[in-house]
Design a protein around this ligand. Structure first.
Ligand code: SAM
Length: 397
């Protein structure tokens, strides 16, 4: 039987789209309601809940990724975006507001297929022809490992991410190491959160050191590769959470002993950095620690930006490190980066922390990181020796 609350959520979602989207974007919502009401007539009972979830995800992704043309921040700020994200958090409330990794890996193709057929010609027959029992069965039986590529090769300490979101390092900096050693500092197993974990350089080390880790990333492939790399004895202590931080995720308050967000927030606007810090503050237990690492403008391949950065600072521009045309400054590596980068320094990191509600006494340590021996040679700026800025925060209450 189709779960009643799931069915209701799907119908509510369709009504929300009707209420908030412009002229319903040409999507035939009556037909979608019709499909929801007749799922049980068309599909084997074993698959009904999966199909309902796939249908929901396809609607969500259509609006998040397609209708907003990848401008996900605009989606999350819109009434429709807020309503759909809140529905999604209810549907997946047992897995921190997002679908579990196995579900995502198994159903990606079917979700893509639905997103493609959601157009003005969409109707129930097209749905039934596309979502056949065979397709559903084969999706459910898929061997997950078939679709997971191996981790890309490392070059001088960098591994390219699968989604052009920069690179993962192959060694841990001072703050990431501290995060990964959290359990060695306490008698109990620490519960840790890593945001933007990529293939797991820090999370896997934290697992080896005896922690329970909830590892998040946008890209399910990163997390699948990480899970494959984790040794069997650590599987029960690793949970992967695929989703866009901070908007899509829902963690309990005062839940984690420690959190790491390393080389991720420098892809965020100022407001999003502040929102992310507020959320991290909420989910960390009192006395828990938040480790933050970002890149600074003092990177050799971005040296043409430094004079502009200094000029912006002297003009009193509040967030001087925002760049919306990375290719203009760094043609060599811009292709592996998103369209917005936001280099931070000590002043702007402190400013973001303060706007997020942290007080000075919570900043246990903040320092620049010299990346010699960790970053490739073309990025290092030995005259500065401060390619990254990191800090450790201890939440007071
Ligand atoms: C530059 S890599 C850093 C990887 C690793 N933390 C490190 O320090 O080497 C950035 C990672 O953050 C992920 N990411 C970017 N934006 C994110 C977001 N809003 N929520 C979750 N993960 C995100 C990317 O998919 C990518 O894996």
């Amino acid at each position: 039987m189709l779960d009643y609350t799931l069915k209701k959520s799907l119908i509510d979602t369709t009504n929300l789209i009707h209420q908030y989207s412009d002229q319903h974007d040409g999507l035939n919502l009556k037909e979608i309601i019709n499909i929801i009401n007749n799922l049980e007539k068309h599909y084997d009972a074993r698959y009904l809940n999966d199909i309902a979830c796939i249908l929901f995800e396809a609607l969500y992704i259509r609006y998040r990724d397609v209708c907003y043309c990848q401008k996900q921040e605009q989606f999350f700020c819109s009434e429709l975006g807020k309503a759909l994200t809140s529905q999604r958090k209810q549907i997946w409330h047992d897995t921190y507001g997002v679908p579990p990794l196995n579900f995502i890996l198994k159903s990606t193709n079917l979700i893509k297929l639905l997103v493609d057929i959601f157009n003005p010609q969409f109707n129930a027959d097209l749905f039934y022809r596309s979502v056949t029992q065979d397709i559903i069965e084969s999706a459910s039986l898929n061997k997950l490992t078939d679709s997971i590529p191996s981790e890309p090769a490392e070059h001088s300490g960098f591994v390219p991410t699968h989604n052009q979101q920069g690179y993962m390092t192959t060694t841990l900096d001072y703050f990431s190491k501290s995060f990964a050693c959290s359990s060695s500092k306490s008698k109990d197993r620490a519960r840790l959160l890593e945001i933007g974990a990529a293939y797991g350089i820090a999370s896997l080390e934290a697992l080896r050191n005896g922690s329970t880790v909830i590892a998040n990333d946008i890209d399910p492939i990163h997390l699948a590769i990480m899970a494959n790399k984790a040794s069997k004895e650590h599987h029960c202590n690793l949970q992967t959470v695929t989703g866009i931080f901070p908007e899509e995720l829902e963690f309990p308050e005062n839940y984690f002993d420690g959190a790491l967000i390393c080389r991720v927030m420098h892809f965020f606007t100022a407001q999003r950095i502040i929102d992310s810090l507020k959320i991290l503050r909420k989910v960390i237990k009192p006395s828990g620690k938040i480790y933050i690492v970002n890149e600074t403008p003092y990177l050799a391949n971005w040296s043409s930006f430094i004079p502009e950065y200094n000029a912006r600072k002297s003009q009193g521009i509040k967030w001087p490190g925002i760049i919306t045309n990375p290719e203009q400054y760094c043609s060599s590596r811009a292709g592996q980066l998103p369209s917005l980068v936001h280099w931070l320094d000590q002043d702007t990191l402190l400013q973001a922390l303060s706007e997020a509600g942290f007080v000075d006494s919570e900043v246990e340590e903040m320092k620049y990181i010299n990346r010699a021996g960790q970053f490739p040679q073309d990025i290092l700026m030995p005259s500065e020796g401060r390619e990254s800025i990191g800090c450790c925060i201890t939440k007071i209450k």
